[in-house]
Design a protein around this ligand. Structure first.
Ligand code: URA
Length: 255
């Protein structure tokens, strides 16, 4: 377009504009800058990763439980690491950890399912009605809960409304149970009811399994009916009695 300016005036004007900060020549036609491609430099991949908010790390509760359990060198330490374990939902609904009762080092270690209301209150396994029946069963073969047995559960916290433990709860607490057995050093394990059979032997079907010696955690294991089941089905006490006699025979001279 013809401007009418001579060369020297046009040049002086341009220099003046540059001095004032102009960096771009404006054309005669308007430019829609929103329609232009975005030419802002993008951060490279590595920079982008460092700028993006860090995703929370996924924790494997079983691995945490394994490491904690292996680090426990005594039953007291095991109780402490279990109390500190925060990955099991049941802990939040329970009053306290129910660890064990009886004598560590006894020949017989009894593994129940999980604390109920009474156990949750008292902090000891098998103290409610089922526990009282268990005491009578043991007494029938001359075993005393305080002297001749060591008692724990698959789960140390009471499930809400005494619901069945979930497989993932059993799985994440199993490393603690294994360590518990290794530290208590019993000669035989008694697993009471389906949940304990599942956790220790990886099998269910207590009616078929009961009374048949099996092997787990490097020890002989006898599955038995759970005392709570015997309270509901007293006619099954006959089989429970046979299993108790079998246990007594296995212990030989004494507990
Ligand atoms: N039932 C169990 O299996 N364990 C207890 O401690 C009490 C009831």
């Amino acid at each position: 377009m013809e401007s009418g300016l001579d060369y020297y005036s046009a040049r002086a004007l341009l220099e003046w504009q540059i001095e004032m900060g102009a960096t771009e020549a404006i054309g005669d036609a308007p430019v829609d800058r929103y329609a232009l491609p975005d030419t802002t430099p993008k951060p490279k991949k590595a920079e982008a990763a460092s700028v993006a908010p860090a995703k929370p790390k996924q924790v494997d509760p079983v691995a945490v439980a394994q490491a904690a359990a292996q680090g426990a060198g005594s039953l007291d330490q095991l109780r402490i690491v279990m109390e500190a374990f925060d990955h099991c939902e049941l802990k939040r609904g329970a009053r306290q950890l129910v660890f064990a009762d009886g004598t560590p080092g006894a020949k017989v270690m009894i593994i129940g399912e999980a604390p109920g209301r009474d156990e949750d209150r008292e902090g000891k396994p098998f103290v409610g009605r089922a526990g009282q029946l268990l005491d009578r069963m043991l007494a029938a073969i001359d075993l005393d809960r305080r002297e001749n047995v060591y008692i724990t559960n698959v789960l140390p916290w009471r499930p809400p409304q005494n619901r069945d433990p979930k497989p993932e709860e059993i799985g994440m607490m199993k490393p603690f149970l294994e360590r518990h057995v290794a530290l208590a050093k019993p000669e035989v394990l008694v697993v009471m009811g389906n949940i304990s059979c599942q956790a220790v032997l990886g099998k269910r079907g207590i009616t078929r399994l009961r009374g048949n010696w099996d092997q787990a955690m490097d020890l002989p294991v006898i599955p038995m009916f759970h005392p709570a089941f015997l309270l509901r089905q007293p006619q099954m006490k006959r089989q429970a009695w046979a299993d108790l006699l079998d246990l007594k025979a296995r212990l030989g001279g004494g507990a």
